[in-house]
Every structure is written in structure tokens, then in C-alpha cells.
Write a protein that binds this ligand. Sequence first.
Ligand code: HXC
Length: 286
Amino acid sequence: MPLPKNEYLSEVWKDGIFDNKVVFCTGGAGTICSAQVRAMVHLGANACIIGRNVEKTENMAKDIATARKGAKVLGLGGVDVRKPEALHEAAEKCVEELGAIDFVIAGAAGNFLAPMNQISSNAFKSVMDIDVLGSWNTIKATLPHLLESAAKHKTDGKTPPPKGTGGRIIFVSATLHYAGTPMQSHVSVAKAGVDAMAHAVAIEQGPLGITSNVISPGPIGGTEGMARLSRTDNAQESMKNVPLGRFGTVKEIADATVYLFSDAGNYVNGEILVVDGGAWHTSTIG
Ligand code: HXC
């Protein structure tokens, strides 16, 4: 059942702002990333979503395509971000079928709740490999296409780019490592690496017209992350740690995504946009 528009997109955004653009997203069948892509597709983009599970990824692609009449959404399942050659093939397939890659969302992540003394080296490495190496592999596979997209909008460097600029990256991180979170040592280290990667890409590739930013979602209701990682079944108790007094919605992450990829985000580069209702400033115990 497709989500109604008011479930994933604010009315402030205008139809067509991403016409003729293509978004490539790893982890695209997940609750947060699928909402990010859905919003982009609604506003004109075509999309390629990548996932490990074939059926889940293909079904999600079909579902996202219902966001706009005529939308093309490719679902490439069986792709593990830990395998660089698989990502290269996926990026080539995306360009072959959809013509370009203008925007990238590096969203694939792996996580579980466990105290440090119950995490083996291999378990730690699995999360590092999915989150850090996987994000790196995603950028390496798509960068040539992003550079092509950015080059279409190259200016003299003194004036802002024209409407509809491409060549933009969003890494999906987390807030776990900003204050410190028990039972999340592995993913805290991994997401700190993801933040650092976004900064490195921003300064190295910025001169070529690429922007690279991070969205760090806090507690977002109804997501796989919340289901897997909540340390209490008492939602009311958890919400006490959020200054805004509620969990966030996937729509609020989609809105942040549209902002960073739209012309409104032209001059934002190397930033971390935390979307958590102010939660990490208070406490991470909950
Ligand atoms: C301790 C665990 C464990 C657990 C797995 N392992 N679960 N150790 N506690 N609960 C260990 C295994 O025993 C193994 O180590 C190692 O991790 C690798 O496990 P595999 O199952 O072989 O690996 P793999 O199939 O690659 O799975 C990777 C995974 C898994 C990350 C471990 O959980 C996974 O695929 N998750 C699906 C994706 C996911 O997590 N999505 C949610 C993202 S939410 P040994 O030593 O036995 O070999 C998210 C939000 C973050 O990221 C922010 C939230 C606020």
C-alpha cells in the first residue's frame, strides 16, 4: 500500500524540482532511506535503490515508483556494500537504465545492541565494513558520475550554480557517538568514521562542485533502527530524553534530504545536520 503523500513529504516543496535527476541510494529498502528516496521521486527524480535482500529491494522500488506517475525506480537487490565490484556494477546499471547519477544517499548500515564484552572482533568488523567501508565503496563507485553531474553546472566559481544542481552526497549517520551510547560501541566508532568521511569528501571534492553532508537521525518512530536498538519497551520513558517530547518521523528525515539536495542547500558542504528533536544534547540513556 503506497504511503499517502502527507506521510512522507511537507507541502513546502514544489513538484518538479528534481525533474530529470537521478538519485542512487544504498540501504534504499529501509524505512528511513526509502522515505528519503520517495520524497525525491515525488518531486521529479528517478531513482536506483540498492539492498542485500532481493525481494525486499525490488518490492520497495515498485512501491516508491507509485509516488509519481511516470517515475522510474530501479531496485537492485543482492548487492552488498562491502563488495566494491558489486557497487560498481550497480552504479553502471543505474547510469545505463536511468542516464546519470546526480545524488547519492549512502544509507546502508548494520547494527545490533550488545555490550562491548559480547562483541567479537568479527562482529565489530562486520559493522565497520558495512557502515564505513560500505559508504566508501558507494562514493568510489558513484563519484565519476557525480562529477559529471556537477560539471554540467560549473560556474566561474564566483556565482552560485544555476537551478537544479547535481553532484551531491548525503551520508546517513547517527547521533550515538556525539555524547556516547552504551551497547553501541561498534556503531559509534563506525558512524564517527562516516562523519569524518563526509568531511573529507567535502573538502577534496568541493572544488569540483560536489557537496557532501551528513544527516544524523535521532529516535525516529517506526524504523528498523528503533525496533532493533531501543533499550526499553517504554516509549513514553524514551521520549522524556527528547526536548521536543516525541519521536521524529521519516517525513522529517525526508524533508532534511530534500533541503540538502535542493537549491536551498547550494552552499551547505561538509555539515552534519542532526534531526533528533534536540535529543543528543540531553541524555542517551533510555
Ligand atoms: C553480538 C553479534 C550480534 C549481537 C551479530 N553478531 N549479531 N554479536 N551481539 N546481537 C555477530 C555475529 O556473531 C558474527 O560474529 C558477526 O556479528 C557477523 O554476523 P553475521 O550474521 O555473520 O554477519 P552479517 O550477515 O554480515 O550481518 C551483519 C550484522 C547484522 C550487522 C551483524 O546485524 C545485519 O546484517 N543487520 C541488518 C542490517 C541492520 O542492522 N539494519 C539496521 C540498521 S539501524 P562472530 O564472531 O560470531 O563471527 C541503524 C541505525 C543506527 O544502523 C542508529 C540508530 C539510532
